[in-house]
Design a protein around this ligand. Sequence first.
Ligand code: 4AD
Length: 456
Amino acid sequence: RISLGETRPEIVKLGSAERSEEVGYSSPDRGTRVKVYGRVHRFRGQKEVLFVELRDGYGYMQCVLTGPLARTYDALTLTRETSMMIKGEMRELLPGKEAPNDREMHADYFEIIGKAPGGEDAITNRVQAKGDAQTLLDMRHLVLRGETGSAVMLIRDAVEHAFNTKYHELGYVKVSPPALVQTQVEGGSTLFDMAYYNERAYLTQSSQLYLETALPFAGNCYCIEKSFRAEKSLTRRHLSEYTHVEAELDFITFDDLLAHLEDLICGVLELVLGNPRIAPMLQTLNPDFTMPERPFKRMKYTDAITWLNEHEIPNEEGQPHAFGDDIAEAAERRMTDIINRPIFLTHFPAEIKAFYMQKDEKDPRVTESVDCLMPGVGEIVGGSMRIWDYEELMAAYEREGIGAEPYYWYTDQRRYGSSPHGGYGLGLERFLAWLCKQHTVRDTCFYPRYMGRCKP
Ligand code: 4AD
């Protein structure tokens, strides 16, 4: 039994047939016997021949049914998505023919395992979108069987694995912070709150505060967890539930933080692009993708304001941008698309950023903060140095109108051996939208959640 995508399958050799070192098999009539399981991705019939392309999640294989096999009832009534087992012999493709991995299997036996419906209920009818994104989302469980949907999911797996690998190479410890919390991180307006026995609780907006508490026992640390935001706007890059790659680094400067981020992003990309199974999928989805140039462009918030005004890109009120404006999604994306390379946008004004951000010693109007912007998507990472002075943190709660009491465990980090530290959060779905050239983060997560959708 072999997996359909394997180029060097586990095989049972028959007779004297030699396995070619390449993907194809040299002996046209005495090839290698294999047994495969999968679902019918597509099929087409030609007179006495049925070409069945099987899919098993690992890859695709063309299986050729000929003669009496092609005339059986099961073959004549075959439907897409039917699961089956096929046994046969690997053959080289005839010149000029095309099939996945440049090979095909000539079947001499098959069994239907789970027949899928045809006619009205055929999968092709169920996922027929007619350009309707909502229907596709209702049918996401079936859409994911398609080539694009499944490729994005497989790339996602490789990317998540690459983050874990990269962090462990760097010696970072993975921790698993709670999803049910009683503190906010990124402002009250996007909190999902809920009854928690006899108390109120929230779904976490970010694991950052908990990660900071891991520094004293774990050193540099990270997590890959869900974050939840009650986003009330429907955009192509906002979800209500997303996967957040977050890390916290101890005893560092802001420059260290930026250098690490660049290293991490490029390291992950190298691992993913070097993955022989994943690289061809990326090539199909995003043929123009190139490794970002290092160092990433660094741009201060104040310079971005000047840049936007020079390029006549107005703020949300249609006015020229001024210091203190939040750079809105549209403006940010236009700027990133024009500059067309990754940008570290740094030093945002304190009043538009979160309470915990460390101020810049040289200019206390601004914080040691960074957004990493990518062409096509805009912000994929938000990070900063954290306030590490006790009094300063207490003043920040006060300024933001946050009661300090529920944060006692966070505040204690500033009492029991404080340290200059910083970290960031990377939105996995946005990273994937950029990497896989997908229009929306709704297509880069398994089952998207956003305002108005909580199914399937
Ligand atoms: O900039 P944000 O809000 O930063 C934080 O949450 C920090 N506490 C993270 C940290 O320092 N540990 O979010 C970080 C990233 C954004 O850059 C974006 O990629 C993603 O999380 N993100 C979302 N992705 C999808 N849907 C949403 N609603 C998102 N909100 C943020």
